[in-house]
Design a protein around this ligand. Structure first.
Ligand code: RNT
Ligand code: ZN
Length: 413
């Protein structure tokens, strides 16, 4: 009997159908973030600025330097990840001979990405870029006291929404456009209220033009603090939770944007009672918002568990947000994305009915016996079967493919 057949039988004893789990997993797209491929540098010729709190550390060879290199790296990475996924593009990744400023961006600057995505049959998501620009050097953008600077960023935001809507329309799948601004203060501000009111007004102006939901889904992402904005982040969790609920848009929860001991998985059921849809930035903070490559660890498994048990998969967009420049960029994408999928698979292989029954009967001993015994089930055999069916390698074959690809790009200057 094959390992998979034996796993089918083992799971069946628990009342779990492995085929159903495999089918479900196949239908879940993960939005792979372009910025792991080049250490969040982008392809602008002028922006004239520092990183504004987002910088990757490390100098491993092979960083993608052009849109073509980034696309080849992505194509390779997708071929190592089972299933069909999406690409999450940032506005700083335009592909054009022109050098438009952020408030001059147009759809044409991203057309090559759309053509490429169509060829691959993948969806696109998008993000305005409110950092790495001279007009963001104060770490204030949409909440800047200067109206001219606010207007510049409002225009950038409006344009990215138009571009995202057009992408969604062209591809035939709604494009999630996620708004994250670095706005905050290094030292204690005197007037937090004024800053938050300015952010709110700017967002209102930016979001005023209406677009079809079938083309564009707006999301807002909160943060706890960043380097250089330790005292106050204008767009805090409470700010955006309220804003997203009031405006019926998506809330983006980034796993690195909370106090280190907070359980982000616990938030899903809580916020989703007041929101229609959610966006996740699955990440791995280490002591701070360090954006390490995600592991198959307890935090990720808890997220997947909640998505499945709270039945949130149908209204949650799963995006990744990590960047490590000390390792192969392509390996980072492949490892992180596969880990998210592995976590989802494990969650989908849980005997939820039995677990719920024990909980409802207040039989916490049984619940604990089950959760601990379940850890020994043969998840690996089901994952292998999934990889085989999707025609992607695993184990040593995967490692050797990742190694050879990395060797082929290591000579990039
Ligand atoms: C920053 C946010 C944001 C960025 C990307 C590049 O702390 O997490 O999502 O990582 O927009
Ligand atoms: Zn994020």
């Amino acid at each position: 009997m094959s390992n998979y057949q034996s796993a089918v039988d083992t799971f069946a004893q628990w009342g779990v159908n492995t085929e159903a789990a495999i089918e479900k997993l196949r239908s879940i797209p993960i939005s792979v973030h372009c910025w792991q491929g080049d250490d969040v540098v982008g392809f602008e010729t002028k922006s004239g600025s520092s990183g504004g709190g987002i910088q990757a550390t490390g100098n491993h060879p092979g960083r993608a330097r052009t849109p073509d290199e980034l696309r080849s790296d992505l194509e390779f990475s997708y071929s190592m990840i089972p299933g069909k996924h999406r690409l999450n593009l940032h506005a700083m990744y335009l592909d054009s001979n022109e050098a438009p400023d952020r408030d001059e961006l147009e759809y044409k600057h991203f057309e090559s990405w759309v053509g490429w995505a169509k060829t691959l049959g993948i969806g696109l998501d998008f993000n305005p870029t409110f950092f790495a620009h001279a007009k963001a050097d104060d770490n204030l953008t949409l909440s800047h006291p200067d109206e001219g600077i606010r207007d510049f960023w409002i225009e950038h935001g409006k344009r990215t929404r138009e571009i995202a809507a057009k992408m969604g329309n062209e591809i035939g799948s709604a494009c999630v456009n996620n708004i994250w601004v670095p706005d905050g203060y290094k030292d204690n501000p005197v007037d937090r209220m004024a800053a938050r009111a300015r952010l709110e007004n700017s967002l209102d102006a930016m979001l005023a033009p209406t677009h079809e939901k079938s083309q564009l889904l707006d999301a807002v992402e909160s943060k706890l603090f960043g380097i250089g904005v330790e005292a106050c982040t204008v767009g805090s969790h409470e700010f955006y939770l309220g804003y997203a609920i009031r405006n019926k848009i998506l809330l983006c929860l980034d796993m690195g944007h909370f106090h280190p001991t907070e359980n982000i998985a616990d938030k899903l059921s809580a916020v989703s009672l007041s929101l229609d849809e959610l966006l996740l930035h699955v990440s791995r903070p280490m002591r701070w918002d360090s954006d390490h490559v995600i592991l198959l660890n307890d935090d990720i498994m808890a997220m997947a568990q909640e998505l499945v048990s709270a039945e949130l998969l149908g209204r949650t967009y799963i995006g990744l947000d990590f960047f490590d420049a000390t390792i192969s960029r392509t390996a980072a994408w492949v490892i992180g994305t596969r880990n998210m999928q592995k976590a989802l698979l494990r969650a989908m292989l849980q005997p939820l009915d039995r677990l719920r029954l024990a909980e409802d009967q207040l039989d916490f001993t049984k619940r604990l016996m089950m959760t601990e015994e379940l850890k020994d089930l043969p998840y690996g055999a089901v994952w292998s079967e999934f990889c085989n069916r999707m025609d992607v390698p695993e184990g040593l074959a995967l490692i050797s493919s990742l190694d050879s690809y990395q060797a082929s790009v290591a000579g990039r200057g």
